[in-house]
Design a protein around this ligand. Structure first.
Ligand SMILES: CC(C)(COP(=O)(O)OP(=O)(O)OC[C@H]1O[C@@H](n2cnc3c(N)ncnc32)[C@H](O)[C@@H]1OP(=O)(O)O)[C@@H](O)C(=O)NCCC(=O)NCCS
Length: 243
């Protein structure tokens, strides 16, 4: 998927500046650490990895690194960087990984990466993740669509609009392509967040006793140039949603 040539730059309030940039291989390690932390306490992670918070963080980092390696092709990958007012350094506060239409399912990563993941996660965790992915795969749409595989923000930086900024940056590209989009979430409290962006619940399933919602957003017509510039200026309000 063609990404915006220029980074998205916004003010996050209190002098902080946020930038949304493409996620390249050089930032995968930091992004995997952030994703592992962000998903550490999600219900599915608790059920699949089991054990305490430290174990879930460590084990999940292996899975995230492997997923990021596998998603290098046919993907729209972004990181959200935040820089404080007097801070010369930016830190990764959010990440998004979405597969382009036709990009699902991703090809497995190289054997070495799979073995490293097995070593880091253990056979039981990998088997349970495998069972989960097979269940999700049974419901995965067959028609062309963009797939939001991962979206996450740092637990201490939530509620500041970072998640919304990442999601809307991706959806602008999805709408430019004019395709439907799809995601799954194991957090009931996020249904409204996605519904506000135009997603609707397409199905509900249970994995390891945990409810998971599959959500679908119909294709929208291409965003016109006038709409695009309004979005960039923050003036654009859709008739049916706040996005
Ligand atoms: C989903 C996630 C990325 C949202 O990030 P965020 O930085 O908090 O997002 P925003 O600040 O833009 O908030 C977006 C909206 O979701 C709501 N929201 C986010 N997390 C919420 C929570 N745990 N409970 C209730 N509402 C929540 C916010 O209230 C906000 O709605 P509002 O603008 O109407 O107030 C973040 O909660 C996260 O990383 N979760 C863990 C990983 C995950 O489950 N990812 C999604 C599945 S792939």
């Amino acid at each position: 998927m063609e990404q915006q040539a220029e980074a998205d730059v916004r003010s996050a309030g209190s002098g902080a500046e946020i930038r949304i940039e493409p996620l390249g291989p050089e930032r995968e390690h930091s992004a995997a650490a952030l994703l592992a932390l962000a998903f550490r306490d999600n219900p599915v992670n608790r059920a699949v990895i089991r054990g305490g918070a430290d174990r879930r963080l460590r084990v999940n980092a292996y899975g995230m690194q492997t997923s990021l390696l596998a998603s290098r092709r046919f993907s729209d990958r972004r990181v959200l960087l935040e820089r404080g007012e007097n801070d010369p350094n930016s830190s990764i506060c959010g990440a998004l990984v979405a597969l382009d239409p036709g990009g699902y399912p991703v090809a497995p990563p190289p054997l070495g990466a799979q073995l490293r993941c097995l070593w880091g996660q253990g056979l039981g965790v990998m088997r349970r993740f495998g069972a989960l992915y097979r269940q999700l795969d049974e419901r995965h749409p067959k028609d062309p669509h963009a797939y939001l595989a991962l979206i996450a923000t740092h637990p201490e930086r939530r509620g500041r609009g970072h998640g919304r900024a990442l999601l809307s940056a991706w959806l602008r590209n999805v709408d430019a392509l004019g395709v439907a989009s799809y995601l799954e979430t194991d957090r009931r409290e996020l249904l409204g967040f996605y519904q506000g962006a135009g997603f609707e619940v397409a199905c509900e399933l249970r994995a390891f006793g945990i409810p998971i919602w599959c959500m679908r957003r119909p294709a929208r017509h291409r965003t016109s140039q006038a709409e695009e510039s309004q979005i960039k200026e923050g003036k654009h309000v859709r008739k049916t949603t706040r996005w």
